[in-house]
Design a binder for this molecule. Sequence first.
Ligand code: WTA
Length: 636
Amino acid sequence: MSNYHIKHLEEYFQVYRKSVRNPESYWEEIAEEHFMWHKRWDNVLSYDFEKPEFKWFEGAKLNITENCIDRHLRTRGDKTAILFEPNNPDEEAQHISYNELHERVAKMANVFKSQGVKKGDRVCIYLPMIPELAVSVLACARIGAIHSVVFAGFSSSALATRINDSDCKLVITSDGSFRGSKTIDLKGIVDEGLKKCDSVETVLVVNRINAEIEMKEGRDQWLQPLLEKAETTCAPEIMDAEDPLFILYTSGSTGTPKGMVHTTAGYMVYSAFTFKNVFQYREDDVYWCTADIGWITGHSYIVYGPLANGATTVMFEGVPSYPDYGRFWEIVEKHKVTQFYTAPTAIRALAKENLEHVEKYDLTSLKVLGTVGEPINEEAWHWYDENIGKKKCPIVDTWWQTETGGIMISPIPYSTPAIPTFATLPLPGIQPALMDEEGNEIKGNQVDGRLCIKFPWPSMARTIWGNHQRYKDTYFSAFKNMYFTGDGALRDSVGYYRITGRVDDVVIVSGHNLGTAPIEDAINEHPAVAESAIVGYPHEVKGNALYGYVILKETGESRNQDNLRKEINQLISDRIGPIAKLDKIQFTNGLPKTRSGKIMRRILRKIASNDTSNLGDTSTLLNPEIVQEVMDNVIK
Ligand code: WTA
């Protein structure tokens, strides 16, 4: 029986039991058989939830890029590693082979070195979704520099905060980026941000859009001439298993962003293992994750996980709506994509459009569909299943977090029965627990509670950069000897998990615990509704009441709004019960969202509660302008 590749449900249960009974030997076997090490570990795992401290494969020596690139050269040197699809469909796609990737990473690594970057230095990568982004990530790993990728949609002040928090020495960016029919002045954003950053010595600039930009003497350099002079090989820096590989910032419910630190060996083993199993990747597959490498999904499931398995991974520079809403499906047809991984928010946006955009294309290459980032509502799940998967592709609803480094709860395609809105079962080695507010574990099935993980797994974040206390307080203080995820979940009668949303999204109405996601599901079933968000607001009698923000499919919906409100409440009442009815329903043209597409409920809660004095920083939202509009139309 292979521990590494699970192919059916019975095998899953066997492997899972083994992984829980003896986690050390389980992960040791996988690490031994599927990766390349310069020196073996002395100890598979040591941990202490109090400190908290977690070490996997301590004493081992390795370089992750040898695992992601070098070891494939002999058997798959000419195979496409990265398939780059540009923003403009008329620009030719690039097939970057493993041989080519090896050379490009070496050259980039040599350029970084020539600029004085050494092992342990932090490098900020602020690039659009072009090959140089993946190459820079790998080049850092090649020389042991710690990469901090900042999503290129973040503002100059958000960029500066992140650069300063980890004292980055070098920034790599581009003269600009293409985004649909627009171009964005990335270099201008960097220049603005760097006014507040003292640590940065060098800015390397990729020429992507041929823009006229200012180059600051002594600081800025065009990348291309440096690459042309660079050597084509670069010996890998030999790293300790627990050396930091990267920092990735994630926003907390309060305060500044948290620089989650991931280390080398455990992250490599877990991202590779989960990629193989969750997507059932086979040698000739073409895998596409539509995320941006600026997010954890891109780190683990565009770059490291796929490349560690010798896969072909698609990188798409553009947006789903350009040149029209058929772009995703056009790309699937063009490159014969076999696995497609995206976010529910994208599915909902595309489902709003005419089906002709889907029907024009041949999607028969698809084998597995995935979603990530937020609970997927039933309606979107079925749309995805019927129109994209043609009811033949298993859907993997993958639950995980920046902090977890890899997918934690997910179906295994062709093994676990897929149930809409359920992330289903924990992957091997993952031991979830549901906790009540008093800190007791809720055992048995058909229960819900706060989702914790009660045993370490290899890719867990090891600390928050520069603030270990905050790491302890945020994740290890709510429940003893557990990692607290901040999410709520339920376990159904057969033990499948459904993530119900952030615990802070739970609203208690008249003493009843109501998850907002199922209410939103119900509302979204209404044929006129495109999207909705529910929050609680203080209510004299009930403690909390529910406030709904609803986007209609057709703006200027001519129907009587009061009738629509009644119909929506009737639906909720039918699906969940009268207790979940909304007291107020505001129709709106949009909802404030983070750059990764998550609805900012914190802001909506404040608006619904008439508490708009301190909305916090809204400048990093995807659509900051919508906040005022929502406020102007609030129902008092
Ligand atoms: C939410 C993204 C329901 C959850 C990889 C989590 C999900 C947060 C799912 C982490 C899912 C992610 N179903 N909720 N399949 N996947 N989430 O750090 O609330 O950007 O805590 O990582 O997204 O978001 P992050």
